[in-house]
Ligand binder design. Structure first.
Ligand code: DX5
Ligand code: ZN
Length: 218
């Protein structure tokens, strides 16, 4: 069954604790946290003190999506926040192999993230080293954007690469995911769906998570 990772970016930050408690009570598999530096992406969001606070009440593993330049600088800080997964952008890391191994050395799972225009073929020489590949289905920086349809074929191409290399990486997709866009992603081979607006703008976020998790591909 598909895993759902609600993105707290779409929550009301004045009620962040309540949003985490809601995710705790749901069938979500992960809590997705978007860290932005105002340089790699044109926005600034959550930082380490907030992630540490979230960790004190979260009962789901934290999936930290680093939208920052040179993310290798922050491996120990992300680990010290109690994150289970650290995702770094291919485009932001000069020494991706070094960063991936530094993340894994802390005991966290290591993910590499691709912007919409970055081809999956560039992962050929790192795919067997990563635990997750996060495909952006919007340009990173903001919630509530329109899903880029090309992501579906990208998921299929990534799945092929994973199978042909014997990689154990799971495929996560982030941006514009809802009940309309999810079925084709699941069909193409996605394992984890990040959803922000779809979950937190729903009248009943727990039910919304449940419905995404039980998505039918036909
Ligand atoms: C965007 C973030 C996403 C964002 C998704 O840069 O990486 O995680 O919260 O939001 P929705 O689901 O609203 O597109
Ligand atoms: Zn994200």
């Amino acid at each position: 069954m598909i895993q759902v990772a609600p993105s707290l970016l779409a929550a009301d930050f004045a009620r962040l604790g309540e949003a985490v408690e809601t995710v705790n009570r749901s069938e979500a598999s992960l809590i997705h946290i978007d860290v932005m530096d105002g340089l790699f992406v044109p926005n600034i969001t959550i930082g380490f003190p907030i992630i540490s606070s979230i960790k004190t009440i979260a009962r789901k593993p934290l999936d930290v999506h680093m939208m920052v330049t040179d993310p290798g600088r922050f491996v120990s800080q992300v680990r010290d926040c109690g994150a289970e997964i650290m995702n770094v952008h291919y485009e932001a890391s000069t020494h991706l192999d070094r960063d991936i191994h530094a993340i894994k050395a802390t005991g966290m799972k290591a993910g590499v993230t691709l912007n919409p225009a970055t081809p999956v073929g560039l992962l050929e020489d790192i795919i067997t080293e990563v635990d997750m590949v996060l495909l952006m289905s919007v340009n990173p920086g903001f919630g509530g954007q329109k899903f880029i349809a090309n992501t579906v074929s990208k998921v299929a191409r990534l799945k092929q690469l994973i199978v042909s290399t014997g990689s154990h990486a799971v495929i996560e997709v982030d941006g514009g995911v809802d009940l309309n866009t999810a079925p084709a992603l699941v069909e193409a081979g996605a394992d984890v769906l990040v959803a922000g607006s779809y979950v937190f703008r729903a009248a009943d976020p727990i039910d919304a998570i449940d419905r995404l998790r039980h998505i039918s591909t036909h």
